[in-house]
Design a protein around this ligand. Structure first.
Ligand code: TYD
Length: 426
């Protein structure tokens, strides 16, 4: 069968790599005794072959440029290559193209080892069947494209963010799509003869595969006793996931929707001390039913990662355990609210109730639930542990008393593994 092939440039197209590249260019300049390159110079750095940049952007002789390239690579192959991020929407684009039957490859001016290391680090190496990388002898895109050209393809595209990608693609006789989200301007891409231009990775996906379907997003929740550091860890996790190209939205329970926020006021207000335990459990479930439909499902349908501060587990722990309504009763009561919308992973910040109490009492004003006695919070803690024991595979349990940065690293590693495993199963 004749197939459609798409070749992607790496830097500036799939990954936003200026941090590492610029740090290495600065390092090479310093080692060579050249003045530090200006911001304007660095902006032009990404895309052309290194030797060309050292000569034409830093004013080196050819011999100096080869020496500078050695220094550059010394830093790049160890640290520079990971000072990098995947552009928003790129993961979604790759997933959709793969599902649409498009075959993919990489054509890059980078050497092979860092190229493979970067793709593997971000968990996207498996999308690419052919990889063409620059060698010292051969760096022109035209030759690189020709070296991986399929035999009798139905259609071949080169996608890149600089004129070198567009010119190389045209010279090799393939279609060209300019990635205007990268380092080259729209004008540069048009002048270089780009057949099509896309301003986002998703727009590119629709051009390359018009009937591409939106891949499903992922739902994550963060749980723990009050004072376990959920907000801090949500921010840190979001930062890491975004660096890996996941598009993250935040929400919280109770709340996350206008109706849910009104219910939240009812639940947390100290004016409502006469609220019965069953009323309380039903109100949390009611807020959740609205949240699932108005916020969570639409985010998942749009391919986003929805990260929620508390979800169903909180009801099981607080109402099931704390209020003694029972784990199974609270699950039953929530069944209609959530149906099959359950988190792919629940991060549990494990903090014993005494430490939680101590941290809470340092906070300014307590809400209705926070005012509860120590025994209530002890039962909440037990409730969480009962749930985790039932389905350990759904949880990422982390000791919340450790160092914040270490906690963040542990959570990120475990969550990334789950997200990537879910992508691989598609
Ligand atoms: P919030 O101020 O968001 O607390 P935190 O910052 O600790 O998350 O208040 C939410 C409170 O509601 C918190 O004490 C836990 C409680 N809660 C339940 O009892 N059941 C639930 O289903 C949910 C979602 C929260």
């Amino acid at each position: 069968m004749r197939e459609k092939w798409v070749f992607f440039d790496l830097d500036g197209t799939l990954t936003q790599s200026e941090e590492g590249i610029w740090n290495c260019a600065r390092y090479a300049a310093e080692k060579m005794g050249f003045p530090q390159p200006a911001e304007e110079t660095l902006k032009k750095w990404i895309g052309p072959p290194l030797i060309w940049s050292f000569q034409h952007l830093m004013g080196m002789t050819e011999a100096q440029a080869w020496q500078a390239q050695e220094y550059y690579r010394e830093r790049y192959t160890t640290v520079g290559k990971y000072e990098n991020r995947v552009y928003p929407g790129v993961r979604r684009m790759l997933r959709a193209l793969k599902r649409g039957g498009v075959r993919m490859g990489i054509v890059t001016g980078k050497p092979e080892q860092p190229t493979r290391d970067i793709l593997a680090y971000f968990g996207i190496l498996r999308y690419f069947e052919r990889i063409a990388c620059a060698t010292d002898a051969k760096a022109e895109k035209e030759h690189l494209i020709r070296s991986v050209m399929p035999e009798e393809p139905a259609e071949v595209w080169m996608v890149g963010d600089r004129r070198f990608d567009m010119e190389g693609g045209a010279a090799a006789g393939v279609h060209t799509l300019g990635a205007a989200w990268g380092y080259g301007s729209e004008e540069e891409l048009r002048t270089a003869g780009a057949e099509r231009i896309a301003f986002s990775a998703w727009e590119a996906a629709k051009i390359l595969c018009p009937d591409a379907e939106m891949p499903k997003g992922a739902f994550l929740s963060m749980e723990g006793l009050d004072g376990s550091g959920k907000s801090t860890q949500m921010e840190k996790l979001t930062g890491t996931l975004e660096r890996f190209g996941f598009e993250v939205e935040h929400s919280r329970e109770p709340g996350g929707t206008p109706i849910g926020e009104k219910i939240r006021e009812l639940l947390l207000s100290r004016d409502n001390m006469e609220m019965t335990d069953v009323t309380e459990a039903l109100l949390y479930a009611a807020a959740r039913a609205q949240h699932v439909r108005e916020r969570i499902r639409p985010a998942l349908a749009a391919g986003k990662v929805l990260l929620c501060d508390r979800f169903l587990d909180s009801s099981v722990a607080y109402q099931g355990g704390g209020r003694r309504l029972g784990v199974d009763q609270v699950l039953a009561l929530n069944a209609l609210a959530v149906e099959d919308t359950l988190p792919l992973a629940v991060v549990y910040l494990d903090l014993d109730h005494r430490t939680s109490l101590r941290r809470r009492s340092e906070a300014s004003e307590l809400d209705r639930l926070e005012m509860e006695k120590e025994s209530f919070h002890a039962r909440v803690e037990e409730g969480y542990h009962a749930l985790i024991a039932r389905h350990p595979e759904r949880y990422v349990v982390v000791d919340a008393r450790g160092d914040r940065e270490e906690i963040a690293k542990t959570i990120a590693a475990a969550v990334l593994e789950k997200l990537m495993a879910a992508e691989e199963k598609e």
